[in-house]
Design a protein around this ligand. Structure first.
Ligand SMILES: *[C@@H]1O[C@H](CO)[C@@H](O)[C@H](O)[C@H]1NC(C)=O
Ligand SMILES: *[C@@H]1O[C@H](CO)[C@@H](O)[C@H](O)[C@H]1NC(C)=O
Ligand SMILES: *[C@@H]1O[C@H](CO)[C@@H](O)[C@H](O)[C@H]1NC(C)=O
Ligand SMILES: *[C@@H]1O[C@H](CO)[C@@H](O)[C@H](O)[C@H]1NC(C)=O
Ligand SMILES: *[C@@H]1O[C@H](CO)[C@@H](O)[C@H](O)[C@H]1NC(C)=O
Length: 292
């Protein structure tokens, strides 16, 4: 009797664990979805961000500035095209990093860069700053009568202009603030060259670097296996020589690594997801054994 009770408790415990792990997998695989910005999300993120708001403003004051700057320019969903509006807002909460800790990324490597920065090289992407934590994975078009116009937030042609302009202005400040030794995560498996001509990194960040930067290490990252090493540091068409030249003009040392270690589970993926994936079959097997 006692052993039967013990078994049913174990099964219950495992079922609980299993559902938790499943939830983890679902949450982790949805990270790329952009959610519509709402006042509630703004305040929740503003209050829980770490580092928090340090510029002497309160979340209420920041929201008031947001409402004013992003007020819809017309009765339809026309995007705000004036760069100075975006600039005015991002200057309230400039995304800054301490010396030696700035990490850029390009080519859809946002998640990999975040994890490599956190787990393996102790550097910070723009997502880790207050501004990044407040706006990452959110979309909006403009504010009408004090709240984000939800209809316009579903208008991709408006949100894409807004997000592009917003992140371009934020990235410019991020790059201007970089000092000492920096790094950039580039995609070594994409169809486009790692130093893509039209990326924000190429068009905005590299040109905004100042003489406070001493070096930049380019780190190429790859899909699941080394077979997908489409680009390496020495690929002739990678455009990496152009990066080298652009940096040399600013007296910034350039080096590059295509060591697969940076793409490994250990560096570039979030622990929870990889753990859940490995644990799932194991849990199912254990559960099967216990229930028979
Ligand atoms: C930045 O890194 C260099 C080289 O590792 C080191 O000499 C310097 O003290 C570091 N600066 C800060 C502020 O950590
Ligand atoms: C590299 O680019 C490919 C194709 O756009 C994308 O599927 C992949 O997620 C990117 N790799 C990394 C590590 O972000
Ligand atoms: C916004 O406010 C104005 C003036 O208070 C009002 O006339 C208008 O109907 C409101 N628009 C919406 C979409 O609520
Ligand atoms: C970067 O931002 C920090 C925080 O605002 C500031 O103290 C520092 O002077 C800035 N550095 C540069 C080079 O702009
Ligand atoms: C690149 O240069 C930086 C700074 O000088 C250094 O810390 C790093 O180890 C170098 N990386 C490679 C792959 O050579």
């Amino acid at each position: 009797m006692a052993s039967r009770n013990h078994n049913s408790y174990s099964t219950q415990l495992l079922q609980l664990f299993l559902s938790f792990m499943l939830a983890e997998v679902i949450i982790s695989s949805n990270v790329a979805e952009e959610e519509i910005l709402s006042k509630e999300t703004f305040f929740e993120r503003c209050r829980t961000a770490s580092p928090g708001l340090r510029t002497g403003l309160t979340c209420e004051q920041l929201w008031a500035i947001f409402q004013r700057v992003f007020e819809c320019p017309s009765s339809d969903c026309t995007p705000i095209t004036d760069d100075s509006a975006y600039k005015e807002f991002v200057e309230q909460i400039p995304p800054t990093t301490p010396a030696n800790r700035t990490l850029f990324y390009s080519g859809g490597t946002k998640v990999a860069a975040y994890n490599i920065g956190k787990k393996c090289i102790d550097k910070l992407t723009i997502q880790m700053t207050f501004l990044g934590q407040l706006f990452d994975d959110l979309k909006w078009c403009c504010v009408r009568n004090g709240s984000v116009d939800t209809q316009c937030s579903a208008d991709d042609s408006c949100t894409s202009v807004t997000l592009n302009k917003f992140w371009t202005q934020a990235s410019e400040l991020f790059a201007k603030n970089a000092t000492m030794h920096t790094a950039v995560i580039l995609n070594g498996s994409g169809s486009a060259p790692p130093y893509r001509e039209d990326s924000i990194f190429t068009t905005t960040e590299v040109p905004s670097l100042t003489s406070s930067v001493i070096s930049m290490t380019a780190i190429l990252v790859y899909e699941n296996d080394q077979v997908k090493k489409r680009w390496t540091c020495s690929s002739p068409d990678s455009r990496l020589p152009d990066l080298h030249v652009a940096l040399a003009r600013k007296n910034i040392q350039y080096n590059c690594t295509d060591d697969y270690w940076y793409s490994s589970e250990q560096c570039s993926s979030a622990n929870s997801l990889s753990m859940a994936i490995w644990m799932l079959p194991l849990i199912l097997v254990i559960q099967k054994i216990i229930s028979t």
